[in-house]
Design a protein around this ligand. Structure first.
Ligand SMILES: CC(C)(COP(=O)(O)OP(=O)(O)OC[C@H]1O[C@@H](n2cnc3c(N)ncnc32)[C@H](O)[C@@H]1OP(=O)(O)O)[C@@H](O)C(=O)NCCC(=O)NCCS
Length: 489
């Protein structure tokens, strides 16, 4: 494969799986050959002049001997890059079949070794320690207080009963409380489980990002209104108010704010694009996917990941490096599979279901991150709601204040690293900074992968960091949690 200057030196691009014209076979081909021989009287004359006839694609063919004996022509093998052949669909299918077969073997091996470990009832204990105490759902309900607080501040800023500085101060106090309050509850309340605590903290983090966006957009509207006033345009703040669109400060209603709180986006807008109607079949499919993939993820975690992690504790305790690496590679497969299912479940099934219900029009929740040839491309495309928020409310404002791209990018990853650590360390009640380090490592990783690995190699490098990096972090956290909670001192 890849040898240049092949037999025919043909530069013709061919994407089909069959050469388009063969020397024999079928009346049409014979008729074509007869036409060729008429057009080129030298061909088949048996003389010294080895004249070349051309087929309809312009390929040269050696013409000698009776027509029915001609079955060769100048052409490259399919694996030669000169052949221009690019249809490897069958090979892709082969990869899928091999993948299914090898995983079926793993599945069977797992079943023989451990029996059936899937237990849906056990999942409930991950969310509830004490059936009479529901701290995580209570925390989420209390979050409404912060939504109302932000709304009241914006209302007063809009009518001018609050100065911008006082408004900023109140917003900052509200936002800091949004982060500190659930963290203290998660650390102090004994009946909260790590999973319940993690979900509550994720909900608060989302609220934190949404309320920053809400505050920023309303501030931009006020600034625009002030500019419009000084230019005595006298128009409403968000531009010419056309029929059916909302302009500042008419957007300041609970209905508008709660629409944004539940919408699958982190960036506030006065007039979100709306889909014309709820498509029931589409919604039903997404809901079924949500249900199915939730079950599948739970089953894979219980059946495949948990035993592998449990078996990794001893090599970690003994500091047996070769066994640790073997465990890491073993964990990489189920971990990666579950992560891919999680991606589809969250970004396609759940977000589309919520968007369909709310008739939220912008469905770009992810882009083709799987084609990433660089680390930067991956972060730009895998989680669009977070990336959009980062660009709009963090990265671009930092650039506009005169910071360099490097500073702005490092700042974004620093914030992202903080939140990754926040939603993991607090529920586990241990501070190890593995998630923080993993996120911060993305900045130097982008420098390494970018210049040294390009094209398919870059894509493979991104996949490798995803497949190996995540189980490494999982093992670190589980090991430390195990040592902290279950190891006799
Ligand atoms: C840091 C991050 C925001 C950088 O994004 P990027 O797309 O590589 O940034 P770029 O330098 O290419 O610029 C992006 C935008 O800024 C604009 N921009 C560049 N310089 C600018 C300047 N001086 N002033 C204003 N805008 C500028 C660009 O025009 C571009 O705008 P567009 O998106 O509208 O085309 C991105 O990597 C990111 O989102 N990282 C964090 C992701 C994350 O943590 N996700 C968590 C998922 S769990």
């Amino acid at each position: 494969m890849g040898d240049h200057g092949g037999a025919g030196g043909s530069r013709r691009r061919r994407t089909g799986s069959r050469p388009s014209s063969l020397g024999s076979g079928g009346p049409a081909a014979v008729a074509e050959e007869v036409r060729d021989s008429v057009a080129s009287p030298d061909v088949g004359a048996g003389g010294d002049a080895r004249a070349l006839a051309r087929d309809k694609n312009g390929d040269a063919r050696v013409g000698s001997g009776p027509l029915e004996l001609r079955c060769h022509r100048l052409q490259d093998s399919l694996f030669s890059s000169n052949s221009g052949f690019s249809n490897y669909r069958g090979i892709l299918n082969w990869c899928v079949v091999m993948l299914i077969l090898s995983n079926a073997r793993l599945f069977l091996e797992n079943l023989i070794k451990y029996g059936i470990l899937v237990d849906p009832i056990q999942v409930v204990s991950l969310f509830l320690k004490d059936p009479y105490s529901w701290p995580a759902p209570c925390l989420v309900i209390v979050a409404n207080v912060f939504v109302v607080a932000a709304f009241q501040v914006e209302k007063r800023l809009a009518v001018g009963t609050l100065t911008e500085q006082a408004g900023l101060l109140l917003h900052v106090a509200n936002l800091v409380t949004i982060l500190c309050f659930p963290a203290s509850v998660a650390l102090l309340v004994k009946s909260i489980t790590p999973v319940g605590s993690l979900l509550a903290l994720v909900a608060y983090t989302i609220l934190f990002l949404k309320l920053i966006s809400y505050r920023d957009v309303n501030l931009w509207c006020r600034q625009y209104r002030a500019k419009a006033k000084t230019a005595s345009v006298g128009k409403k703040a968000s531009g010419d108010s056309t029929q059916g669109t909302i302009s500042y400060p008419d957007n300041l209603t609970y209905r508008d704010l709660y629409y944004f709180i539940f919408a699958p986006t982190l960036c506030y807008e006065l007039n979100f694009p709306r889909s014309p109607r709820i498509r029931k079949r589409f919604l039903l499919r997404r809901l079924l996917e949500m249900l199915f993939f939730t079950q599948l993820q739970v089953a894979l975690i219980q059946q495949w990941m948990v035993p592998t992690i449990q078996n990794s504790m001893k090599p970690f305790k003994d500091m047996d490096y070769s066994r640790i690496i073997e465990r890491l590679l073993k964990l990489a497969v189920p971990n990666h599979l579950i992560w891919l299912i999680f991606f589809y479940w969250l970004f396609h099934s759940c977000m589309n279901a919520v968007a369909e219900l709310m008739q939220f029009g912008d469905r770009e929740f992810y882009r083709d991150w799987w084609n990433s040839e660089s680390v930067g491309y991956f972060w730009q495309n895998w989680n669009i709601p977070v990336h959009k928020w980062c660009l709009r409310h963090f990265y671009k404002p930092l650039l506009q204040r005169g910071n360099s791209k490097w500073v702005a990018r490092t700042g974004v990853f620093l914030a992202s690293a903080f939140f990754h650590e926040y939603v993991l360390s607090i529920p586990l009640r241990m501070f190890r900074l593995w998630a923080f380090t993993a996120m911060m490592a993305q900045v130097p990783l982008a420098w390494i992968v970018g210049p040294f690995f390009q094209g398919n190699y870059g894509n493979a490098a991104v996949w490798l960091t995803l497949i190996i990096g995540q189980p490494m972090a999982v093992l670190m956290y589980v090991h430390d949690y195990y040592v902290l909670n279950y190891e006799p001192s």
